[in-house]
Design a protein around this ligand. Structure first.
Ligand code: NAD
Length: 455
C-alpha cells in the first residue's frame, strides 16, 4: 500500500473513533471481543497452517502458545471489563472539601500496534484485545517476515471488524515508517530494542504515548540447591519451544560448579527425549528465514573459533537447527553479547553468587530472569540484587501466561506492560475528574481578605 493509501486508512480510523466516542461502551466492547474470539475459533485450522508455512511451527505448539493465550486473554478481558472500566473514587483532602474526585479510564483514541515475527499471531492479536477492551480504534502492522500469518491476520480482522474500528496494514519497514509519521494517540510496539528506539523517537514527534515490548539476553541461574530434574525440564521447554525464538527464553545459563556435571547430564537427556531427532525433529519449529539461520550458524562458528566447546551438537540443515549446547563461552564471543534467539544455549559455570549477580548487572536490564534453587533465601538474594522485566523461580516462560501479572520489560527490555488489566491501562488514559458540590474554595478567591493574607 502506498503512502496515500495508508494516510487515508488512518484518517478513516480516526474519524470512526471520533464518531464512536459516546457509543463504544461496555456492551459494544464485549461484542467486539466476542467477534474476535469467534473469528479465531473459526480460523483455527488456517492459523495452524499459516504458522507451519511461515516457520514449520508444530501444531500443538501453535495451539499452546498462539491460539489458547489469545482466547484466554479475550475471556479474561470480557469477565473483568466492568471492573476495569469503572471510575475509581479518590478520597478528599481539606483543601478540596466539598468536591468529589474520580479517576475515569478513557480510551486513548487511535492506536498503532506493530508486531514481530516470532509469535506472529499472538503478538499482533494480544495487544488488539487490550486496545478494544479499552475502547480504542487500532491499526495492526504485522511482521513481513511471516507473510502467511500476516495475510491471515489481515483477512481475519477484515471479516470481524469494520475498517474504521480495526484495520491491518501489511508491509515491512517502509510501511512502518509511514505509519509512524501519522498522529497516533498510542503506539504499542513489540520487537527489538534497536527498532524500539526508532519507534519511540518517531512517537515523540506527535508526543504519542508508547508501550515498548522489547528483548535482550535473559539469564538463567541454576543454583547449588536446585532440583536438577525440574530445572532441566523447564529450561529445555523454555529454551527450545519455538526453536528458541522467544523473547523470554533463557538466553544463557549460569550453573553452580557443584551441580554442573549432573545438571548437564539431565539437560541432555531431557533434550534427547523431547527432540531426539535433533534438527529434523517434528516437535521443533524452524528458524524463521535463511538470514537468521546463517546468523545462528555464524554465532556458533565464532564461539568455537574463540575456544567454546560444543557439548551437544543438534546439527543444522538450512532452517532446521537442533538444540545445541556450548560451554566455555567468554565475553569476547559474539554469542555472549547478542540476543541469541535460536536453539543454542551457552552454559557457564560459576562458584560465587556475587560474581554472577555482578555479571548480570553489568549488562542491559533483561526482559526475564530465571532462578532455580530450593533455598528460598538464596533465590530472594538473587532476585533482590538484580532487575528484569519479570522473574521465574523454578520455572521458565509461563510467567507470560499469568493473567494477573504485568508483562513487560525495564530499561533496554521495554517500557510499560501488557496483559489483562495492565494491557487495558496501557491503552487507557487515566482521566482525573474533580466535581464541585459545595466547595469551600471560593473563600480564598481575590480580593484577598485579611484572613487569607495571614495564610
Ligand atoms: P524487529 O524489531 O526487527 O521488528 C519488529 C517490527 O518492527 C516488525 O513489524 C518490523 O516490520 C518493524 N520494523 C522493522 N524495522 C523498522 C523501522 N526501522 N521502523 C519501524 N518499524 C520497523 O523485531 P523482530 O525481529 O520481528 O522480533 C524479534 C525481537 O523482538 C527480539 O529482540 C525479541 O526479543 C523481541 N520480542 C519481544 C517481545 C516482548 O513481548 N517483549 C516479544 C517478542 C519478541
Amino acid at each position: 500500500m502506498d503512502r496515500d493509501g495508508i494516510v487515508a486508512r488512518v484518517a478513516a480510523l480516526r474519524a470512526g473513533n471520533d464518531a464512536r466516542r459516546l457509543t463504544f461502551g461496555m456492551a459494544e466492547r464485549r461484542a467486539a471481543l466476542e467477534r474476535l474470539a469467534a473469528a479465531v475459533k473459526a480460523e483455527e485450522a488456517t492459523i495452524l497452517a499459516a504458522l507451519r508455512e511461515d516457520f514449520g511451527k508444530p501444531a500443538p505448539e501453535t495451539v499452546l502458545t498462539e491460539i489458547l493465550p489469545v482466547l484466554q486473554e479475550i475471556g479474561h478481558a470480557r469477565r473483568h471489563l466492568r471492573a476495569w472500566m469503572a471510575p475509581r473514587r479518590v478520597g478528599g483532602s481539606l483543601n478540596t472539601l466539598g468536591t468529589s474526585a474520580r479517576i475515569v479510564p478513557q480510551a486513548r483514541g487511535t492506536c498503532l500496534i506493530i508486531a514481530p515475527w516470532n509469535y506472529p499471531f499472538l503478538l499482533a492479536i494480544g495487544p488488539l484485545i487490550s486496545a478494544l477492551a479499552a475502547g480504542n480504534a487500532a491499526v495492526i502492522k504485522p511482521s513481513e517476515m511471516t507473510p502467511a500469518t500476516s495475510a491471515l491476520i489481515a483477512r481475519l480482522v477484515a471479516g470481524a471488524f469494520p475498517p474504521d474500528l480495526v484495520t491491518v496494514i501489511e508491509g515491512g519497514r517502509e510501511v512502518a515508517e509511514v505509519l509512524l509519521d501519522q498522529p497516533f494517540d498510542h503506539v504499542f510496539f513489540t520487537g527489538s530494542p534497536a527498532v524500539g528506539r526508532i519507534v519511540m523517537a518517531a512517537a515523540a514527534k506527535h508526543l504519542a504515548s508508547v508501550t515498548l515490548e522489547l528483548g535482550g539476553k535473559s539469564p538463567c541461574i541454576v543454583g547449588p540447591g536446585a532440583d536438577l530434574d525440574r530445572a532441566a525440564a523447564w529450561i529445555a521447554f523454555g529454551k527450545f519451544a519455538n526453536a528458541g525464538q522467544t523473547c523470554i527464553a533463557p538466553d544463557h545459563l549460569f550453573v553452580h560448579e557443584t551441580v554442573k556435571d549432573a545438571f548437564l547430564g539431565k539437560l541432555r537427556a531431557r533434550i534427547s527425549r523431547a527432540y531426539g531427532a535433533g534438527a529434523s525433529s517434528p516437535h521443533l519449529a524452524r528458524i524463521v528465514n535463511d538470514g537468521h539461520a546463517a546468523r545462528l550458524a555464524g554465532l556458533v562458528r565464532d564461539a568455537v573459533a574463540k575456544g567454546a566447546r560444543v557439548v551437544l551438537d543438534g546439527g543444522q540443515d538450512g532452517r532446521a537447527m537442533g538444540p545445541t549446547l556450548l560451554e566455555a563461552v567468554t565475553p569476547e564471543m559474539e554469542i555472549d553479547r547478542e540476543e541469541i534467539f535460536g536453539p543454542v544455549l551457552p552454559v557457564m559455570t560459576y562458584r560465587d553468587e556475587a560474581e554472577v549477580i555482578a555479571r548480570i548487572n553489568a549488562r542491559p536490564k533483561p526482559l526475564a530472569l530465571y532462578v532455580f534453587d530450593r533455598d528460598r533465601a538464596r533465590v530472594d538474594r538473587v532476585v533482590g540484587a538484580t532487575t528484569s522485566g519479570s522473574v521465574g523461580v523454578n520455572l521458565t516462560v509461563v510467567q507470560f501466561s499469568h493473567a494477573g501479572l504485568p508483562f513487560g520489560g525495564v530499561g533496554n527490555s521495554g517500557l510499560g506492560a501488557a496483559h489483562g488489566e495492565h494491557g487495558f491501562r496501557a491503552f487507557s488514559h487515566e482521566r482525573a475528574v474533580l466535581a464541585n458540590r459545595f466547595s469551600a474554595l471560593p473563600a480564598v478567591f481575590p480580593p484577598y481578605t485579611a484572613g487569607v493574607k495571614r495564610l
